[in-house]
Design a protein around this ligand. Structure first.
Ligand code: GDP
Ligand code: IMO
Ligand code: MG
Length: 425
């Protein structure tokens, strides 16, 4: 049984928590896109782990984690992440973490250009994580990227780095930024190369062997459907395919090896960074922030919050082929007397109601949500052990979300911990 898990909204749906729960039943967890722009939170009792590049399966002993060819890796950040986990007593070595030789590398000029481009855009900025993700994927598509295999061969790396620095230093200077020194970058990256060498392998071949041995694979999506480079709210998106197809290209595992697609979504909506967000609601943001929730796991930025958007999630079901739903953060709505669900968009200056999100970000920005109202449950839910213990109004709400989203409800999360998970029988 091989499963792709994707975010059905704008990222931060609670994928890390759900992956941690599902990892118990699988052999391998694979990241196939994105980079350290991701921040996946896992809470074990008093301990909190935030994973950026390493699959969330790493916390379970005996499971193998793979960083596939489609991921962009900042080697310095990856070394830090591995060292950080080790210092917390988590085993990370070449047996339980495998890294693709073909994965592209995020270079210091990618980070500097990400920042410079955001600055020059002014109020039209994307609100990126400034991790260099866009420029790194840009170089990959332009066929001038450096890959993990290059990093492992000092002469090749030196030659390619010299060339790339020539071009990128010119670019950086044109933005009024400092040039990068070859020797500094070279030595920093070669140090990371020595550290990472034992983890490198042909992950495509490894995954196909695992499939032949009938091992169970879980693909951990990063970001969310509406941050997808093709299907999201372009240009306010990330630079990879965050939807289920990205798991195949980013790992070399074909679509006919996939058995199911889990869509993770919050019981409300959040978005971090700029771009259209039809159901954004200031009161909802204030309520959640006052509860100490909804601050970004990677950048610490306050997330924008709003009502559940079923126009968006039903589209996500379609694009990803979602056939199981995991709804998280239900407890975030415990206090509310009335809850709104967006079931359509009213197009600006028209009486037309849309049930498919417009592809154009400008048009989407002009859409006004059409809501249906449901009664809240107004009691705490975080301590509950069974779906049937949820208040009737909570179950009605969740079942309505699943109906509108167009996929069966499979699990519900009422808190960040492993055990705060309710399965639907
Ligand atoms: P990811 O990027 O999709 O893995 O999500 P993040 O980790 O960035 O953000 C989700 C946040 O919600 C994290 O702080 C999680 O610990 C937290 N979380 C996940 N599920 C639940 C839940 O059901 N209830 C509560 N209270 N927090 C949750
Ligand atoms: P996880 O995996 C939420 C957003 C950024 C910005 C846009 C582009 O934790 O769900 P980038 O740095 O990728 O060029 O930024 O995408 N973004 C995320 N938002 N969760 C994420 O990851 C995100 N990764 C990127 O805020 O709007
Ligand atoms: Mg996150």
């Amino acid at each position: 049984m091989n499963t792709i898990l994707v975010g059905s909204q704008w990222g931060d749906e609670g994928k890390g928590k759900i992956i941690d729960v599902l990892t118990e039943e699988v052999d391998l967890v694979v990241r196939s896109q994105g980079g350290n722009n991701a921040g996946h939170t896992i809470v074990h009792g008093e301990r909190k782990y935030i994973l950026h590049l390493i699959p969330s399966g790493i916390l379970r002993p005996k499971k193998v984690c793979v960083i596939g060819n489609g991921v962009v890796i900042d080697p310095i950040a990856l070394v830090e992440e591995i060292s950080g986990l080790r210092s917390q007593g988590i085993k990370v070595n070449g047996n339980n973490l495998l890294i693709s030789q073909s994965a592209h590398i995020v270079m210091p000029y990618h980070r500097a250009l990400d920042e410079a481009r955001e600055q020059i855009k002014g109020k039209n900025k994307i609100g990126t994580t400034k991790r260099g993700i866009g420029p790194a994927y840009g170089d990959k598509a332009a066929r001038v990227g450096l890959r993990m295999a290059d990093l492992m061969r000092p002469e090749i790396f030196e030659e390619k780095l010299r060339l790339r620095l020539q071009e990128n230093n010119l670019l950086l200077q044109s933005f009024g930024r400092k040039k990068l020194s070859f020797s500094k970058v070279f030595s920093q990256y070669q140090e990371a190369a020595v550290f990472l060498k034992p983890f490198l392998t042909n992950t495509v071949a490894y995954l196909h062997e695992a499939i032949a041995e009938k091992k169970k694979i879980l693909f951990e999506g990063a970001q969310g459907t509406f941050l997808d480079l093709d299907h999201g709210t372009y240009p306010f998106v990330t630079s990879s395919n965050t939807t289920s197809g990205g798991a195949c290209t980013g790992s070399g595992v074909p679509p006919n090896a996939i058995d199911s697609v889990v869509g993770v979504m919050k019981a409300y909506t959040t978005r971090v960074g700029e771009g259209p967000f039809p159901t954004e609601d200031r009161a909802m943001s204030c309520m959640l922030h006052e509860m100490g929730r909804e601050f970004g796991a990677t950048t610490g930025r306050a997330r924008r919050c709003g009502w559940f958007d079923a126009v968006a999630t039903s589209y996500a079901t379609m694009i990803n082929g979602i056939n199981r739903l995991a709804i998280t953060n239900v407890d975030g709505l415990d206090q509310l007397e009335k809850i709104f669900i967006c079931t359509g968009y009213r197009l600006s200056g028209s009486r037309k109601i849309l049930t498919i999100p417009p592809e154009d970000a400008q048009e989407l920005a002009g859409c006004k949500p059409v809501y249906e109202t449901m009664s809240g449950w107004m009691v705490p839910t975080s301590h509950l052990q069974c779906y049937c213990d949820l208040p009737l109004n909570a179950r009605r709400y969740l079942e309505r979300l699943a109906e509108l989203t167009g996929a069966p409800l499979w699990m519900v999360s009422v808190g960040p911990g492993r055990h705060q998970t309710l399965w639907i029988k």
